[in-house]
Design a protein around this ligand. Structure first.
Ligand SMILES: Nc1nc2c(ncn2[C@@H]2O[C@H](COP(=O)(O)OP(=O)(O)OP(=O)(O)O)[C@@H](O)[C@H]2O)c(=O)[nH]1
Ligand SMILES: [Mg+2]
Length: 419
């Protein structure tokens, strides 16, 4: 037997031994894409394994930088494309002038020049995006093609609102590749260090770009609706770009990474029931991936389902013919019905309550999108109660043998813990 085989055998024996002594709970995190599953997992880590959570801050910094740089490059690229497109279209007489040329022809040449200047000064961020992408992501190089897809996200204004798909799909083991540590090669360390310096040097220009009236007008004109986390990092560019930046909890909760396949996360509890281990299965929520979940349903203690209640007026990203909330409800039905989960405790998180509040406050009416919700108050609490009743009824219907159901209203991006 080779020495390495012997080591493997001993490690496996030790793992088995540990497993015997460490009580373990198996938990599924399910729900559609962007429901907030991975964000909720970060909350569990923060509450029950805070040391491990904070130890990963450096790895999250790379993801946050990729989120920020991607948003900046996207803005520059889309306004550039818009200007060119409009130049061509106005020449061919098809109309559709872009905001930048409109701004320019409206007598604000200064702003167009500013954009040209910023585009030149921020050009090193293209390279930064490529390097970060190569270190962290699974798919091909990012660029206009990989982020050109734009989903219609608002059924109420279907022809107007566009959200760019800037999704970060990370490879497994990304945390080690994103950290500057003893395991990182010298070239890797230099590369990460150089990137941070470039981002730091671009701080004032990023801030100027985002604050530029013509840029904001261009985004509005083309109905480019950046997702909340991009806006959050752009608003906070001043501190995020600093060489001294260590992501605080709120930033880590906001960093967006798409889960690929099914990821296993072991959480050794540091607080409460310390010494126990929770094993989470965090899944990729897209429709095409859901058949891959079933093999993980065996022997689970709890199934945690995330339903983003604010999605009542948006189509599903991967299939705009389906309302996103209806997709969540039908997924909940399918899971309640699943025999493999007959003995599991069900935990339902009515997530994104903050966004639900915000939408209703802006005047959007829930009943305009959910016809069964007639003559009831257009407030978040009443709507959450409506969901609670509806989804509990489904659960009860499919539970001939009684099984527990716990329901919580949540906002997963707010940190309730002291730093
Ligand atoms: N405003 C708000 N945003 C949230 C909330 N929960 C999650 N998010 C944001 O929603 C986005 C998607 O969250 P994720 O946790 O990555 O979603 P997921 O369910 O893991 O998605 P997939 O990995 O694609 O299946 C992220 O940008 C989060 O910051 C919430 O309660 N409120
Ligand atoms: Mg996820």
């Amino acid at each position: 037997m080779e020495p390495s085989d012997e080591i493997d055998r001993l490690i496996e024996l030790e793992r088995q031994e540990l497993k015997k002594h460490r009580p373990q709970a198996k938990l599924l995190l399910l729900g559609q894409s962007e429901a907030g599953k991975s964000t909720l997992l970060k909350n569990f880590q923060l509450h029950f394994a805070p040391k491990a959570f904070h130890a990963e801050a450096e790895a999250w910094r790379a993801v946050i930088h990729l989120n920020l740089v991607r948003a900046v490059n996207y803005i520059l690229e889309s306004l550039n494309t818009s200007t060119q497109t409009s130049g061509q279209s106005s020449g061919s007489g098809t109309g559709g002038a872009s905001s930048m040329s409109t701004v320019s022809s409206g007598g604000r040449h200064g702003s167009t020049d500013t954009l040209r200047h910023l585009r030149m000064r921020l050009s090193p961020l293209r390279q930064v995006e490529l390097i970060l992408h190569r270190r962290l992501c699974v798919d091909g190089p990012s660029g206009s093609s990989s982020r050109g897809t734009r989903a219609q996200r608002s059924s109420s204004s279907a022809s107007s609102s566009r959200q760019p798909d800037l999704t970060v799909r990370v490879r497994s083991g990304w945390k080690a590749l994103a950290r500057i540590g003893r395991q990182t090669s010298l070239t890797g360390q230099d590369e990460l260090q150089d990137m941070r310096q470039i981002i730091d040097a671009c701080r004032d220009d990023i801030i100027a770009l985002w604050a530029d009236d013509a840029v904001q007008a261009g985004l509005r004109k083309h109905n480019i609706d950046l997702e909340d986390h991009y806006i959050y990092f752009l608003n906070n560019a001043s501190r995020v770009t600093s060489m001294r930046y260590v992501p605080p909890t709120e930033d880590i909760l906001r960093a967006r990474l798409q889960t690929i396949g099914v990821e296993e996360h072991r959480l050794a509890l540091e607080t409460g029931d310390s010494g126990s281990e929770w094993v989470f299965y965090d899944v990729e929520g897209c429709r095409g991936q859901r058949t891959a979940w079933a093999p993980f349903f065996d022997d689970v203690n709890a199934m945690i389902f995330l339903c983003p209640v604010s999605n009542f007026d948006v189509p599903l990203k991967e299939d705009p013919s389906i309302n996103s909330l209806l997709d969540s409800v039908s997924l909940w039905n399918t899971l309640c019905e699943n025999k493999l989960l007959a003995d599991a405790t069900f935990i339902l998180f009515l997530n994104k309550m903050d966004l639900l509040h915000r939408k209703l406050k802006s005047g959007i009416k829930f009943s305009d999108h959910v016809s069964l919700y007639k003559d009831e108050p257009n407030d978040a609490e009443s709507i959450a109660l409506y969901f609670k009743r509806k989804l509990s009824a489904v659960h009860k219907h499919y539970s001939p043998k009684p099984r527990a159901l716990h329901i919580h209203k949540t906002c997963a991006i707010v940190c309730h813990c002291p730093e």
